[in-house]
Design a protein around this ligand. Structure first.
Ligand code: HEC
Ligand code: HEC
Ligand code: HEC
Ligand code: HEC
Length: 415
């Protein structure tokens, strides 16, 4: 009991320590990369991506610092937090604070791309294993006999925390809540308050709490998921103008962006933003992306030309490749390798290899094996280093030749 009291005091001393405010406008630019997983409005795109909308800003900043200094371990978030300065963290937290959980901005104007997405209430999920009533009782009263403090004291009524450093739970994905409780229980996430709680929770307790957070008691209506947004086919550049300018590219990349020779990448259907970035990087030369052939191609292109070309190729369709899936590549692509510190590729390039347009993660599906191999090797030896925050160079550095070959085959086999 003593230990419980002490930790309660510990988390309460943080109340007066509100962190200085960040700048939501600069946070918006910095948060573009976060959108792939947390949504451009802070609503996680899947159950395992926590909602950041409506979360306490102090709590968000504290978590980003923990991911950066390694005290909270997560292979996906570590490289995300690494390049952020203290000011960046304040700014992105301020940006996400401008959204409510329904996806509507609390203030200021919203651009079309940010407008509230179609949201659907989580279907009343069949509660197979947990007992919502037992979870509610545990949440409100705790379980003194087993050393579990009442959650309500720190996380507020119905999970609506009033303490700046204690996270809101009411608007969080219940699956994510259960996952975090298991992390506190098995010690993979450590926190002076929650470790004690987690250690004393049984597996059944966690199932019951998950059921409680899924129940209408916890304002379940407020928990919304963002429907995977259908890629809108409206381009920044001019598709027709791009087509006219693309004749010179056809000898290597094909008239419609499907290359005929495997050493040249197919660029049909690639994300517009990614194509435009590559063209600008080639133009920047060794400081950008170093390739003597492409350098010559882009030397005379204006920014408008690049945007138009990007729009044209993005509007084309890539032809599925005939390569068979590689089992070793699949397991590395989907699961990564925690022991060697290889982040699962799926985190950024997606389950079907479609990447994420907003975050600048390229499509890799149906790309030629030769080209994929060459790029992984270039990231590995550093001769390609135009990736933001060294996301790819850090990962490729840990890959063997065998990994590179297996991954290239697997990515190419994706449709
Ligand atoms: C590739 C997907 C991905 C991207 C991109 C990403 N995140 Fe995350 N983020 C995650 C996952 C997965 C977790 C949950 C980790 C865990 O299970 O402990 C997480 C957790 C967090 C948390 C902790 C939330 C909580 O409730 O504890 C914060 C804060 C966060 N991310 C902020 C950011 C910011 C800011 C960015 C952009 C700079 C970003 N993330 C980019 C996947 C991503
Ligand atoms: C003594 C105060 C305290 C008590 C009691 C407490 N918590 Fe927490 N909880 C915290 C703090 C502080 C954090 C943030 C930890 C961090 O900074 O990483 C947290 C984090 C969490 C998280 C992670 C949220 C996220 O967004 O990643 C979950 C889930 C959680 N608590 C659930 C519970 C449940 C369920 C109970 C009751 C069985 C409970 N907590 C009891 C203080 C408390
Ligand atoms: C003589 C052959 C050739 C021509 C013509 C050519 N390219 Fe390329 N392109 C290449 C090669 C080779 C690469 C791969 C460079 C590397 O290994 O980094 C490439 C790479 C690219 C990439 C990067 C693809 C990715 O997935 O990252 C883009 C985008 C691109 N080219 C667009 C164009 C456009 C637009 C034109 C016309 C203005 C053009 N290319 C003309 C040979 C060519
Ligand atoms: C944290 C996010 C992240 C993870 C994880 C990640 N990538 Fe990437 N990847 C990127 C980004 C960003 C780029 C584009 C960099 C740029 O702007 O040129 C990229 C580019 C690539 C390219 C070049 C594509 C092209 O058309 O030129 C390949 C191939 C690739 N990644 C493969 C992988 C593989 C294999 C893994 C897993 C071992 C992986 N990536 C993991 C973010 C990621």
């Amino acid at each position: 009991m003593k230990k419980l009291l002490l930790t309660t005091l510990l988390s309460c001393t943080f109340i007066g320590n509100a962190i200085a405010a960040g700048d939501a406008d600069s946070g918006k630019t910095k948060a573009a990369v976060c959108a792939a997983c947390h949504g451009s409005n802070g609503i996680g795109i899947a159950d395992n991506y926590p909602n950041l909308a409506g979360q306490q800003t102090d709590y968000i900043v504290k978590q980003l610092k923990s991911f950066k200094d390694g005290s909270r371990k997560d292979p996906v978030m570590a490289p995300m937090a690494m390049p952020l300065s203290d000011q960046d963290m304040l700014d992105v937290a301020a940006y996400f604070a401008t959204f409510t959980i329904t996806g509507e901005s609390k203030g200021g104007s919203t651009t079309a791309s940010e407008a509230a997405p179609a949201t659907t209430p989580v279907a009343a999920a069949p509660v197979a294993l947990g007992d919502a009533a037992a979870g509610k009782a545990l949440y409100i009263k705790g379980d003194a006999a087993n050393g579990v403090a009442a959650c309500v004291g720190c996380h507020g009524e119905g999970g609506d925390s009033k303490v700046l450093i204690n996270p809101n739970l009411s608007k969080q994905h219940p699956e994510y809540i259960a996952k975090q409780l298991n992390h506190f229980k098995d010690g993979s996430r450590v926190d002076p308050s929650m470790t004690v709680v987690g250690n004393n929770l049984s597996t059944q307790n966690i199932l019951d709490l998950e059921a409680y957070f899924k129940s209408p008691d916890v304002d379940a209506k407020a928990v919304v998921v963002k429907k995977a947004s259908v890629a809108k086919l409206n381009f920044v550049g001019d598709v027709e103008a791009g087509k006219a300018k693309s004749a010179v590219c056809a000898s290597c990349h094909g008239v419609d962006g499907n290359a005929l020779v495997p050493m040249y990448p197919s660029i049909a259907g690639q994300h517009e933003k990614y194509i435009a970035k590559q063209l600008a990087d080639f133009k920047a030369g060794p400081e950008g992306r170093n390739d003597p052939v492409m350098a010559g191609m882009v030397a005379a292109l204006s920014e408008t030309d690049m945007q138009d070309l990007a729009a044209y190729f993005a509007s084309q369709k890539i032809k599925p490749s005939a390569v068979a899936a590689n089992a070793k590549g699949k397991s590395l692509y989907q699961g990564g390798d925690a022991e060697r510190g290889v982040t699962a590729c799926i985190a950024c390039h997606g389950v079907d290899g479609n990447g994420a347009a907003l975050a600048g993660f390229p499509k890799v599906a149906s790309q030629s094996v030769d080209y994929l191999k060459s790029q992984l090797s270039k990231f590995r030896d550093g001769s390609r280093n135009n990736d933001m925050s060294s996301m790819m160079t850090n990962i490729a550095a840990k890959l063997t030749d065998e990994d590179v070959a297996a991954l290239a085959e697997y990515m190419s086999s994706l449709k």
